[in-house]
Design a protein around this ligand. Structure first.
Ligand SMILES: Cc1cc2nc3c(=O)[nH]c(=O)nc-3n(C[C@H](O)[C@H](O)[C@H](O)COP(=O)(O)OP(=O)(O)OC[C@H]3O[C@@H](n4cnc5c(N)ncnc54)[C@H](O)[C@@H]3O)c2cc1C
Length: 437
């Protein structure tokens, strides 16, 4: 079969990797490089070349499809499980949040509130099916279970930094999924997975396997239209050319899918228009000196700064792998009218650097070797109350059109690399089963 895949993120590459063995696969990617949100920046610093993700990434223990893929591609030797120390910066003070004992010393909450928080985490760990929580707002649920103080002093700033003005509409299902994954830790704290050499190794290994089996990956080739006639996919249009195929797997965000199907997806068209995504403005900074001297990898922030988290990659991975300190400073934004999207790169970087200067007295701009801003619209669905109804079906209607990506059920109630690998694999399985019948 001639199968067109739109998008070379993990969903598209995972589907292509499985399908290229017995099909003619062509992957179209609008960007110059492959990898989508897991794409890396190649830096040459002081004669040392290394790859670093444009957006911070790590793996969780429960990411079984992704870990299986890493093994299958022979990358297991690069896999590291490392302690990623985290803290919560509240009103000028850093609170370590790694172990239950540390969490018990979180001063913004009273002892009673901390007990309530602990009981909530235990309760969440026992929830296996989040479906019934999809129609409840996280805010309402937390207020009902733990009260005002736990919500305001603990959850509200985190939700604000993740979802901006949508924070109060987020479903309890999302929150439960998130807490479950982040509380999967022992007495020593959370261990997170990372591939030495970066996730670029995974992206490159997938691309190598696909091309070795005759598959093609076309970069700088945006699909402008999926041609559907008599409710059947005919092919795609890219660069003004019509490229016929038997099936299309689209991994692109709902907004773009609606445009390239010319709103021809019937009832799905309305769903596509109703799904909200948020963008990310993530600065990556190369530094002479480490920023967080207490060794934190991840710092959530409640302070008057234009970002929600600081992630010091070289407090997670060894500094020696890079020869300089690497820090991400990041914020989500809600739409294309946000100043984080509209302002020039230098302006956003400057506002982030000023924020760092306010937060870290030892930090100086002169420590900066280089800084880059990576920005994208549509980096995560807004998992608002009732989102489950908007999860897109694998087969949305027209014969030959299939969907796999961040909007798939495998990425509910939170999107992840694993969710997109799984979506890609499930798409491929559909074709393999078809062949067998
Ligand atoms: C800041 C940030 C941090 C993250 N951290 C983690 C983490 O620590 N752990 C984790 O598991 N996940 C993390 N994620 C999520 C993870 O990156 C994504 O869930 C996953 O990579 C999505 O893969 P995808 O293939 O579904 O989508 P994408 O990576 O978005 O791929 C879609 C591709 O389609 C292409 N495309 C779009 N339109 C067209 C068109 N018209 N024609 C051709 N190509 C097109 C895009 O350029 C893109 O390459 C993070 C994401 C962000 C933004």
């Amino acid at each position: 079969m001639k199968i067109t895949i739109i998008g070379s993120g993990l969903a598209g590459l995972s589907a292509g990797y499985k399908l290229c063995k017995s099909n003619e696969v062509v992957i179209f990617e609008k960007d110059a490089e492959i990898g989508g949100m897991t794409a890396s920046y190649c830096k040459d610093f002081a004669g040392k070349k290394y790859f670093i993700e444009k957006y911070y990434h790590h793996i969780f223990r429960s990411d079984s499809e992704l870990l299986d893929l890493i093994r299958e591609l022979g990358l297991e030797g690069q896999m590291l499980w490392l302690k990623g120390k985290s803290a919560y910066f509240v009103d000028g003070k850093n609170y370590p949040m790694n172990t239950p004992a540390e969490i018990l010393r979180f001063k913004p909450l009273s002892f009673t509130d901390l007990v309530k928080l602990g009981l909530l985490v235990l309760r969440i760990k026992l929830i296996n099916d989040t479906t019934s929580y999809d129609r409840i707002k996280a805010k309402t649920w937390i207020l009902d279970t733990t009260g005002q103080s736990v919500y305001e002093n603990f959850f509200a700033p985190l939700m604000k930094s993740k979802f901006g003005e949508n924070d109060e509409n987020i479903s309890a299902a999302w929150l439960i999924g998130r807490v479950k994954i982040r509380s999967d830790r022992g007495k020593e704290g959370e261990k997170l997975g990372y591939l030495r050499g970066g996730f670029n190794s995974l992206i490159e290994a997938l691309a190598k396997e696909i091309t070795a089996k005759g598959g093609r990956i076309l970069q700088n080739k945006a699909v402008k239209e999926i041609v559907i006639k008599d409710n059947t996919v005919q092919g795609v249009i890219a660069d003004g050319d019509f490229i016929p195929c038997d099936a299309v797997i689209s991994t692109v965000e709902p907004r773009v899918l609606d445009i390239i199907t010319k709103s021809k997806l019937g009832t799905i068209h309305e769903t596509l228009q109703g799904i909200r995504y948020q963008g990310t403005a993530c600065a990556l900074i190369g530094l002479d000196k480490g920023l967080m001297k207490d060794g934190n990898y991840w710092l959530n922030i409640k302070a008057d700064v234009p970002f929600g988290a600081v992630i010091e990659h070289t407090n997670f991975m060894p500094f020696e792998d890079y020869g300089e300190h690497l820090v991400y400073v990041t914020s989500y934004f809600q739409d294309e009218n946000d100043s984080l999207w509209l302002k020039k790169e230098e302006e956003v970087l400057d506002s982030y650097i000023k924020g760092l200067e306010n937060m870290f007295p030892d930090f100086s701009r002169t420590d900066i070797h280089w800084a880059k801003l990576f920005r994208r619209m549509d980096t995560a669905p807004v998992y608002e109350k009732g989102y489950l109804e908007k999860v897109l079906p694998f087969a949305p209607g027209p014969t030959g059109l299939y969907l796999a990506g961040m909007f798939s059920s495998t990425n509910y109630p939170e999107r992840s690399m694993n969710g997109s690998v799984k979506a890609g694999f499930e798409a491929a399985k559909f074709f393999t089963k078809k062949e067998e019948n």
